[in-house]
Design a protein. Structure first.
Length: 142
């Protein structure tokens, strides 16, 4: 009986941690969108991510620099758990700055990232699943 409880506890821990990590190579290019205020939070085809490298996905959006932050997440069309990716830690990951990766939690509900563009431009939004914890970063498009 004690062994069964241990096995159940271990399985529970693995199931929970599996949500926070990517656990192998999953192709998000068929289901993941950049969703945010700029798109009224809809899953629009122009913001669907494209695979650019192993575990790395990208899409672009044109943003206006008016001093206000844009809120965004990566998510599928249904906000499904496991593909509803917001910030992991409010203190460390909520505010995204150019070229600085932050950690993502893909079982997020209300944890929207925030980005205040320094200038009006097109920006590349990246979703990187190559590490133990998914990361998000933004670069100015060239």
């Amino acid at each position: 009986m004690n062994m069964n409880l241990h096995t159940l506890a271990l399985a529970s821990v693995l199931a929970v941690t599996g949500c926070a990590t990517t656990g192998g190579e999953r192709d998000y290019s068929d289901s993941l969108y950049l969703r945010g205020q700029f798109a009224w939070w809809d899953a629009l085809p122009e913001y669907k991510v494209k695979k650019v490298d192993s575990g790395l996905y990208r899409t672009e959006v044109e943003l206006k620099a008016d001093g206000q932050p844009y809120e965004f997440k990566f998510g599928d069309a249904n906000w499904s758990s496991g593909t509803n990716c917001g910030y992991l830690s409010e203190a460390d990951d909520k505010e995204v700055e150019l070229d600085k990766p932050v950690n993502a939690n893909c079982s997020a509900v209300f944890e929207n990232f925030r980005f205040t563009p320094p200038e009006s431009a097109v920006y590349g939004f990246y979703f990187d699943t190559s590490g133990e914890v998914p990361q998000v970063y933004i670069k100015k498009a060239e």
